[in-house]
Structures are given as structure tokens and as C-alpha cells.
Design a protein around this ligand. Sequence first.
Ligand code: PMP
Length: 286
Amino acid sequence: MSRVAYVNGTYVPMNEAYVHIDDRGYQFADGVYEGISVRRGKLVDLEPHLDRLWRSMQELRIAPPMERAPMRFILREVVRRNRINDGFIYMQITRGVARRDHPFPAHSVPAMVVTVKRMDFDASMKRAAEQGVAASSQPDIRWGRCDVKSTSLLPNILAKQAAREAGAFEAVLVDKDGYVTEGSSTNIWMVTKDGKLVTRSTDDNILPGITRQSVKKVAESLQMSIEERKFSLEEVKDAAEMFLTSSTSCATPIVVLDGEKIGDGTPGPVAKRLIEAYQAYMDAGA
Ligand code: PMP
């Protein structure tokens, strides 16, 4: 069965899914996006994702192309038409088509596209808990509004590529003062040697991850102690455990950073417990 995409009002086969070359998303990355997991046919954390999308649009003064109810319908319809059980929805909204000029156009109709791909969360969570991944630190050279989920991801892509070329799965971004901000497409956590969970507090330098928020809730329900604060690359290299969170990677232990083992170099008990609890949270259709 060929994949179906939603493009500006119609459902089309993937090989007919095109946008205009004057779309400001294409010309300037003048757009925002969301990525939402689908677990057993249900959209995970849909409402927080829509809240974040609305905030991103508001910050960039892009008019919402529709109300939330029809948007929910379209997202579910793309899942249904592609017969997805476990998968990942990508949606993008741009300022729309206008003759190329830097200022906002006086009139443009925001453009929206939605695609979905199949995922195997059971296999990836099992692999995460058993093996974990390696990470590589990279300088954070992004702009000052990383809280906005903008499609301008070139620095993230360059960091991810550098990490992959260093044999790692994810790039851990480090600011000029030596503090970890986040991953190139994930949020970063550590477990200190005295058992505290630490993740950076949300500010302009990181994306407020929806998985970060849900894992935090799950950790609180397990009575884990959580600190939201900055931590340095040096501190995390000395941590008991380290892991990343995102809609696609759920919670995934980082067992090696820059070629050095974190803890004993295997997924630790806190991360494993959180993977299990987060899986239950997803399965509960939250
Ligand atoms: N940080 C960045 C830079 C990201 O791109 C993402 C995923 N889009 C995340 C964090 C994780 O966010 P979420 O848990 O909402 O997928």
C-alpha cells in the first residue's frame, strides 16, 4: 500500500505530495513543526503537542491554518489511511506561499502538511533497555529561541551528522560555557551518583520536550527525586547514568559519551525503570 500524505486540504499519495517552490518553509524555513508518536493507533500526548504547536505559531506570528478540532481529525485520518498501529506523525505549518522577500508577506495562507511513518516501539524500547546508545558532544551553535519548534534545523542536522561520523547515535549539544543544553533532537538527562534525576530547566536554549514532561511525571509517580538545573559536560561525564528522551526514542540510555563510559557503560537501573514505566504510560493511551 502506498503512503498517503495530507497536503493543504487534500489526502494524496506520497509521490504526488508537493508544495510550491515559493513556500516560505522551503525558501526561509519560515515554519514550525511537531512530531507525535502513535502507539496502538492512539496519538501519544496529542494535547500537549498541540499546545506547543500553537505556542510556536504564536511566537512566529503564523496564523493557525485551522482550529484544533479539524486538525485532530486530519492527524487521525492520516494515521487511519496509512493503517498505522505504531508510528510517528510529522506535521509542518509554514507561513505559506509568497513572492520571495524577507519581511512577512501582507497576505499569505499558511500551509500544512502531515505525513506518518511506521515505527516498532517494542523493538526500539527493548534495544534501548538492553544496549543503550553512544553520544558525542558537539558545540551548540543554534539561535537564541530553541524553545520555538522551528523547521530551521541546519545546526541540529550538522551536529547529528558529526555525531554519526564519530560513531555515535546522538549529539549532546554544549554551550559556550560548557553546559549541556540538549541533544540535536532529544532532551538530555543524568542520574547523579547520589541517585537524583537531573535535566535542564526549560528556557530559551532548549525545546520543552513533551516526552521530557511525561517522563518527569512518570518519575514523580515513582517517587524519584528530580532537579531541574543546568549541568556541565564535565559533570555528566561523571554521572551514574545518562539518558535521552524524545517522541521517537522514548527514554534511551546513553552508555558512552565521547568514547568514555557513563557509569559502568551499560543501561542503568533508573533509566531501565523509566523505560518500563514510560512504556506503560504510552500503552495506557495517555
Ligand atoms: N529537543 C529537540 C531539539 C528536538 O528536536 C526534539 C524532538 N523534536 C526534542 C528535544 C524532544 O521533544 P519531544 O519529546 O517533544 O519529541
